[in-house]
Design a protein around this ligand. Structure first.
Ligand SMILES: Cc1cc2nc3c(=O)[nH]c(=O)nc-3n(C[C@H](O)[C@H](O)[C@H](O)COP(=O)(O)OP(=O)(O)OC[C@H]3O[C@@H](n4cnc5c(N)ncnc54)[C@H](O)[C@@H]3O)c2cc1C
Length: 361
């Protein structure tokens, strides 16, 4: 492992690998570390990506989508045509939602490979332990870095080391795989007994589905809720993994001292649906470019904060507001049933996918 570099990126998920790729392409010495022994494993994700067209609609200010988001056929598990939202009483509301599912470990490896091809040095099984100024300590020794990128997920000890706030609401979520054929529509299942404060999902893949749920203030732990959901549907699960989704919107400040936060560490998640892969990559690209301009041209590092806020900040805040509003409805099956009936498929799509009410596209 390098003992000195321009940039150390902590976390080799979509945010870290994208940041590393753009910083390395600009000519910086980049070291990316991850505590995992293998990139992307174990998988803890629903593994769905909306199409670039949907993302361009949902995040109209985002730039670079064409470059970042085409997902090659080798990575696609199942092309998705649309979704069905299921109410507590079992009523179904269909809407269009083009996109695809992936194997998240292969997807993350693909992004990390691009960073390495650009010149990033990757060190796995390397855990961030602490930071003082430019000195970062890991289980493999100390590294001196001019800029430190916190891309280490929702709990981000790296962002904490600079005094950044943690996302105020971390929603517990759990996922697994179930064998079988599940068509080409996502299923999102609502109801307080299934997924209190959130939803359960069945996302079709090749020969299996990613099945899981995300909740808020659950009366029972997520493994118990998942077991009940699987039993109700006669599903047998493998590869169960639980994690957190930051759903209160971006943290107030993502640049402090020589540290910048990106992806889940910064709350770059569309809170109304819990998706954060695309926003991690969009903001990762901005982070890599901003670090390069800072170190090569002397631009202040906090230009990064202005850039991501002007590109996607408004939409992320709107989605977090929508999520808070929806939280009140999600407490009661009666209200969920009424709201879904009033919104219909199109309105449900606008709220979940675009994070806003009454948006006509
Ligand atoms: C159950 C679940 C389902 C989801 N489903 C979807 C979905 O279908 N679609 C979607 O778009 N989003 C989904 N998300 C959200 C999505 O997974 C995240 O938004 C996305 O992974 C954010 O990328 P990231 O690079 O910021 O963080 P991560 O992908 O979490 O990567 C962070 C990396 O940092 C590493 N790390 C952590 N701590 C340390 C440390 N101390 N030292 C070194 N390395 C460290 C981790 O090992 C990890 O590799 C889901 C999340 C969950 C929990």
């Amino acid at each position: 492992m390098l003992s000195r570099c321009d940039v150390i990126v902590v976390g080799a998920g979509p945010a870290g690998s994208t940041t590393a790729r753009y910083a390395a392409e600009a000519g910086l010495d980049v070291l990316m570390i991850d505590k995992r022994k293998e990139i992307g494993l174990p998988v803890c994700c629903g593994e769905f990506n909306a199409s670039p067209e949907i993302l361009a609609e949902a995040l109209p200010g985002a730039r670079g989508l064409d470059e970042l988001l085409p997902i090659g056929p080798e990575l696609v598990q199942r092309r998705i045509r649309g979704a069905v939202a299921v109410s507590p009483k079992g009523r179904e509301y269909e809407f269009d939602l083009p996109g695809c599912t992936v194997n998240r470990d292969a997807f993350d490896r693909h992004l990390a490979d691009a960073a390495v091809r650009a010149g990033t040095v990757l060190s796995l099984d390397t855990k961030f332990l602490g930071r003082e100024g430019r000195r970062v300590s890991t289980n493999r020794g100390e590294v001196e870095a001019r800029v430190v990128v916190a891309a280490d997920g929702p709990l981000s000890p790296t962002a904490r080391s600079a005094g950044m706030e943690r996302n105020a609401v971390l929603a517990p979520a759990i996922t697994c795989r179930v064998d079988g054929e599940f068509g080409d529509r996502l299923r999102l299942i609502f109801g307080s007994s299934v997924a209190p404060g959130g939803y359960a999902w069945v996302f079709p893949k090749r020969g299996c589905a990613n099945v899981g749920l995300g909740v808020q203030r659950p009366a029972a732990p997520v493994p118990v809720l998942l077991r009940a959901f699987l039993a109700r549907n006669g599903f047998a699960a493998r590869d169960v993994q639980a994690g957190f989704v930051p759903v209160s919107g971006p943290i107030p400040k993502t640049v402090r001292e020589n540290v910048i936060a990106v992806g889940d560490a910064a709350g770059h998640v569309v809170a109304s649906n819990g998706g954060g892969i695309a926003t991690a990559m969009i903001c990762g690209r901005l982070a890599g470019l901003a670090v390069a301009r800072h170190l090569l041209d002397g631009e202040p590092l906090d230009a990064y904060e202005r850039n991501w806020r002007s590109m996607v900040g408004g939409e992320l805040l709107t989605a977090a507001r929508t999520k808070r509003m929806a939280d009140r409805v999600l407490r009661s099956d009666f209200l969920i049933e009424r709201a879904m009936h009033l919104l219909g498929g199109r309105g449900i799509r606008d709220m979940i996918v675009f994070g806003g009410l009454g948006i006509t596209r």
